[in-house]
Design a protein around this ligand. Sequence first.
Ligand SMILES: *Cc1c(COP(=O)(O)O)cnc(C)c1O
Length: 425
Amino acid sequence: MKYINTKDFSEKVSFRQATLQGLASQKGLFVPESLPKLTSSFFDTIEQLSDIEIAYEAIFPFVKDSLTEVQLRTILEGTLSFLIPVVAIQENIFTLELFHGPTQAFKDVGVRFMARCFSQFVDKENEVTVLVATSGDTGSAVAHGFFEVEGVQAKVLFPKGKISPYQEYQITSLGKNIQAIEVEGTFDDCQTLVKQAFSDVALNKKIPLTSANSINIARLLPQMIYYFLAYKQLKHKLNNKKWLVSVPSGNFGNLTAGLYAKKMGLPVEQFIAATNANDTFLKYWETGVYNPKPSIPTYSNAMDVGAPSNFERMMYLYQQAHEVLKKDILADSRSDEHTLTEMKSIYKKYNYMLDPHGAVGLLALKKYLEEDSIGLFLETAHPKKFETVVKKAIPGFDTTTVNLAYCQKTSIPNRYTDFLEVLTS
Ligand SMILES: *Cc1c(COP(=O)(O)O)cnc(C)c1O
């Protein structure tokens, strides 16, 4: 399997190359050149297969020129070391809980897989430095995913005082090959420092730098796995009923992975792109015109994206055909007010605490779900990660507080020369 650059179809690289490079030339994204169909016996017997076996069947075609069967199995066992359960909320509504990993968000799956691929592709002699700027969830997942991975040094930049104490704890509590760098500035300042480092030719000669950004194909592909795991758990409820899956979306990596799984044969009738007030995709869906805009802050802040980076991969998948895309995808956008009301009402009725992202997903699902269909929405993070919003919905809800006493971080002003000194010392 080769990977094609969305900006230049003549650029074709291996899985290894696409993973190490991250971004293709001219800021294009790498996409798989084809999406192989899984056999009908795979779907017929899925409930008898182990999770690792399911993941192996889904992923091996995409990596077989770069990883051996044994290497892939080792990577998958390391990646899927926590539960990914389907939980019933109502008669025909279920949630896929993706928050049982080390940093309580679905990003753990993609990052753990990518980190383990890196460890196969680099070694002590060819060490690489992973740079990432974070507004919260990505940094936590990257720090934990790359922790103690040989041949990788990770530097996580975060804006001082602008991420939650729990997220800061997750980034700063590890040490070893993970360096937490607190910048006196905003998330955009952190991002600018990282970009400057990537374009610093002298620095890149000295230390090979790479990104752990969500556009990396090695983070996207493993996200297909849990859609198949959901099918395994839900199959006995489906019996030829229509199956709708609602995906709380920001950069649309999760949804793109779901669409790939559908092309491979997963019997989802339609996906629902659930967004908050950042409704760029909904507007495209309604009009066929894509008009990216600056992001608006909301309660479901991991989805505050005005120019979704994976939109380009979706366009490639549907060959720019708006009407064809609409056959597979429905869309909805919900306000903070709706989100909070839904969190309250589901907690009161079913004693289930949604996180704000999951709440957006559930609202969108209910908009489209018909009585004799089965609906699934993704719970992308644990509610405790968003304690301020959770406390607004249910004041008495117990959210853990953390002790930041053991944290290790390097603090720098928002200045490239200071950042360079940290990188090269
Ligand atoms: C990153 C994130 C999202 C958005 O996922 P995309 O793949 O970027 O659409 C949704 N919810 C949570 C909790 C996240 O951390």
